[in-house]
Design a binder for this molecule. Structure first.
Ligand SMILES: [Zn+2]
Length: 130
């Protein structure tokens, strides 16, 4: 799951922009970003939090119909701001996390087939691609 940390770190600014918009209430906010391995970060109007949650694909459902599991955390907006301040300390305290790069930076992701075969990028793919 280290890859998900790298993905999350990569998307922090994008997520924070949505969290700020949610707090300002100047426009509708409905954001969901994949951070690898079926884990999504959501910022949605009506919920004053950043939700980080594992999703699953129900049996027989097609990709795009993923559903949230109970495995996750809803981070209140004031906690989110504190979390952002802690990210450098988390990286400084754990070299493995700090040096982890998202899988999409790997050379095997240069072609579409590499992305389709990657369990991080495409966690709900059919077995034929893995
Ligand atoms: Zn990947």
């Amino acid at each position: 799951m280290c890859f998900s940390w790298a993905w999350l770190r990569d998307k922090l600014q994008e997520i924070d922009n949505e969290a700020r918009e949610l707090n300002r209430q100047t426009r509708c906010v409905k954001y969901r970003g994949h951070i690898g391995h079926g884990i999504y970060v959501s910022v949605t109007e009506g919920f004053a939090c950043v939700d980080v949650r594992q999703y699953y694909l129900p049996y027989g459902a097609n990709a795009g119909n993923e559903r949230p599991t109970k495995r996750g955390i809803a981070i209140r907006l004031d906690e989110w701001s504190q979390f952002l301040n802690l990210v450098p300390a988390i990286d400084a305290g754990n070299m493995i996390l700090a040096e982890t790069k998202p899988c999409y930076d790997n050379n095997d992701h240069l072609g579409q087939l590499g992305i389709l075969r990657c369990g991080g990028c495409n966690p709900f793919a059919c077995d034929d691609w893995q």
